[in-house]
Structure formats: structure tokens, C-alpha cells
Design a protein around this ligand. Structure first.
Ligand code: C2E
Ligand code: MG
Ligand code: MG
Length: 352
């Protein structure tokens, strides 16, 4: 770094570089990326790291905290755009920050005001056509903006403590629903989604156990879906949580399989019952030979380690019959049934 610039370590793998506002950080950032791209040879292994850079410029009246927050926002944008790049904080990012703060403010209390709802989508046995369970998907009935899908608010919830309140509500509501269906004589397994933040920072086992007890639900009627990226963040801690859930009698599914950096060897370690093939692979079936190969081998592999396989996002009859032919156990998707709001009776979710 040029003279007069300050380089500091800010967190585990985060560094802050402070430079005079009169200087152009561009060349230094380029040089830095170059250095980080190098391969390090350690104990005979070629290791590569990398770095993403966010740039923010101080404006009059801005505090150091504000400046670092803007650089951090820009850094996350750089990460999203692909590893090793850089981004500068701009008006568009400013607008996004303001929008997210707005969502956060409105989402706070949404659970207490009863604004969240669950929609339920069937999981269908591809051999028999029978519905074997449903997945609960959260929606936000926003007072002015209408019904919002998780994409519109979950990432804000996950970046704040709001996800914990939402997660607890989802578990409680799903447990009440499945208990009511069982009481009405048509029991069904309900799967709920749990985010990485919940797995890493709360006692999910406790939350789910409380939901089951309060609703007097059958633990076997609940299933928890976790994504592989959530699992891989801290595999040992997650394995403990998943084992705890299974000890309750609750099932575990690995969601969106194939989208993270799946290490197939982890499959052996993970206490799970079900593996859900991400819909991007299903979409490519019959069109892209690579998707065909991935789906075929994931089904074989999952069966080899004793997991039931679900294909997500089935939209066409070709996809359904192709997957059935490959021996895929269950399917989910618009072709088989869309998510349904407030189904008092299970038959509302399973029209066929
Ligand atoms: P997911 O768990 O993989 O859920 C499947 C998503 O695919 C749902 O989107 C569903 O509506 C959609 N889908 C189902 N069939 C089809 C199809 O045939 N074609 C297409 N294009 N899409 C289909 P949704 O409801 O928008 O949820 C998105 C994601 O948000 C979920 O992905 C899940 O990761 C997360 N999510 C949903 N509800 C919750 C929740 O209660 N808690 C947490 N932590 N995450 C949730
Ligand atoms: Mg899911
Ligand atoms: Mg999924």
C-alpha cells in the first residue's frame, strides 16, 4: 500500500484499508487482487485464497461507522458478482440499504400482528401418484403491498434477529396444522424450512420440540429441510442439531441439493432421511446432458446411502416421467400441485 494508507485487520478474514479521499484506490485494489490470486504452497498442497473488495468514499458529516458499513455493503455486492472482484458503493446500493431498513421495520412485529401465513405444496410419490406429505412455505401478507414471497423479505430477516421469531412461528404453525389434520383423520407429514442462521445461532431442536409439545403433534408428522450450504458452514455443530431433531422423531431433508459446493463425502456423515434435488437440474432434464448425468448420479448416490430422493420444480409431464424412469422416489412442482393457502382440509392441497 502507498505511504500514508492504513491497513488494519478488522475481523477473522476482513481487512480495512483507509486511504486519503484525494487518491484513486483503483490501482491499489487491482494490485491487491493480483496478490491474492496467487497460489500458496503449504505442506505440499497448492492452496488458493481470494478476496473481494468494497470501496466507499467519505462524505461530509459521515461517521467512520457509516463509512465502514458502506464499504461492507459494496464488498457483499462484489462477492455476489463473483469472487475476486471489487465494487464501489453507489446510489443504487444506498437505495437498497434504505429499502432493506424499511422492510426490517415493517417486518418487526409482523408475526405478532398475524401477517405471516403458510402455504402448502404437495410431495408426490412418482410411482403411485399419491401425496406423501406437504412442504410449508412462508408468505407475508403485507398490509399495503399484498402477498409477498420469501424472496422479498427472508434475506432481511436472516440478516437480523427477525428470522428467529419467524422460524419459531413457522414451526409452531406447521405443528398446529399437522396436528389438526391428524385429529381430522387425515394425517400428513409437513416439512418446514430452517435457515442457516437458525441452525447456527439457535437451538432448533428446542424450538421444534416446543412447537410439537404445544400443538400436541406427532413428531413423525414433521420434517425439517436444511440447505447444504447451511450444513457446510459448520458441519459439526449442524450434525449435532440434525441428530437432535431425529432423536425427537422428526425427519431431516437436505434441500436444494447440488447448488452449493456439495462434498459428496459429507452425505455419509449427515443424519438425514431425504435429499431434494434442486429444480435447476430438473429444469435441464432432457435438454442438457450434464443435468441428466447429475440427476442420474445423485439419485443413485442418495439411494446408496439410504436417502429418499425428491425432485423439486417438476413443471412438465416429460420431467415427471423422466424422473420416474430414473427411480426418483418423490416429486414436487407446479405440475403436481402449486402451494395452497390456508388449507383447512388436507384434500385442498392434494387435489388428485
Ligand atoms: P425451497 O425450500 O426450495 O422451496 C421450493 C420453492 O420452489 C418454493 O418457492 C416453491 O413455491 C417453488 N416451487 C415449487 N414448485 C415449483 C415449480 O414447479 N417451478 C418453480 N419455478 N418453482 C417451484 P418459495 O415459496 O418462493 O420459497 C423460496 C425459498 O424460500 C424456499 O425454497 C426456502 O428456501 C425459503 N423458505 C420458504 N419458506 C420458508 C420458511 O418458512 N423458513 C425459511 N427459513 N425459509 C423458507
Ligand atoms: Mg424447502
Ligand atoms: Mg428447495
Amino acid at each position: 500500500m502507498p505511504d500514508g494508507w492504513i491497513v488494519s485487520r478488522f475481523g477473522g478474514d476482513e481487512f480495512v484499508i483507509l486511504c486519503p479521499a484525494t487518491e484513486d484506490p483503483g490501482p491499489a485494489v487491482a494490485a491487491l487482487s493480483e496478490v491474492l490470486r496467487a497460489t500458496f504452497r503449504i505442506d505440499g498442497l497448492d492452496l488458493r485464497v481470494g478476496g473481494s473488495t468494497g470501496i466507499a468514499r467519505a462524505r461530509p458529516g459521515m461517521s467512520g461507522v457509516d463509512l465502514i458499513r458502506e464499504a461492507d455493503t459494496a464488498m457483499y455486492r462484489a462477492k455476489e458478482d463473483g469472487r475476486g472482484g471489487w465494487a464501489e458503493f453507489d446510489d443504487q446500493m444506498q437505495a437498497m440499504v434504505v429499502e432493506r431498513l424499511g422492510i426490517e421495520a415493517e417486518l418487526r412485529g409482523a408475526v405478532a400482528r398475524g401477517e405471516l401465513v403458510l402455504h402448502y405444496q404437495p410431495l408426490v410419490n412418482l410411482r403411485t401418484g399419491r401425496t406423501t406429505g406437504v412442504e410449508a412455505l412462508v408468505r407475508w401478507q403485507h398490509p399495503t403491498r399484498g402477498l409477498l414471497s420469501p424472496a422479498a423479505f427472508l434475506s432481511v430477516a436472516e440478516d437480523t434477529d427477525l428470522i428467529f421469531e419467524i422460524g419459531a412461528w413457522v414451526a409452531a404453525e406447521a405443528a398446529r396444522r399437522t396436528a389438526a389434520w391428524r385429529a381430522a383423520g387425515s394425517p400428513s407429514r409437513v416439512s418446514i424450512n430452517v435457515s442457516a442462521a437458525e441452525l447456527l445461532r439457535t437451538d432448533v431442536v428446542d424450538t421444534v420440540a416446543r412447537a410439537i409439545a404445544e400443538a400436541e403433534a406427532d413428531p413423525g408428522d414433521l420434517m425439517v429441510e436444511v440447505t447444504e450450504s447451511a450444513v457446510l458452514t459448520d458441519i459439526e455443530a449442524t450434525v449435532l442439531q440434525l441428530e437432535g431433531l431425529r432423536a425427537l422423531g422428526v425427519g431431516v431433508a437436505l434441500d436444494d441439493f447440488g447448488t452449493g459446493f456439495s462434498s459428496l463425502s459429507h452425505l455419509r456423515q449427515l443424519p438425514a432421511d431425504e435429499l431434494k434435488i434442486d429444480r435447476t437440474f430438473v429444469a435441464g432434464l432432457g435438454l442438457d446432458p450434464v443435468c441428466d448425468a447429475i440427476v442420474t448420479s445423485v439419485i443413485t448416490l442418495a439411494h446408496a446411502v439410504g436417502l429418499e430422493v425428491v425432485a423439486e420444480g417438476i413443471e412438465t409431464e416429460e420431467q415427471r416421467s423422466h424422473l420416474a424412469g430414473l427411480g426418483c422416489d418423490l416429486g414436487q412442482g407446479y405440475l403436481l400441485g402449486r402451494p395452497v393457502a390456508d388449507p383447512q382440509r388436507l384434500s385442498a392441497v392434494t387435489p388428485r
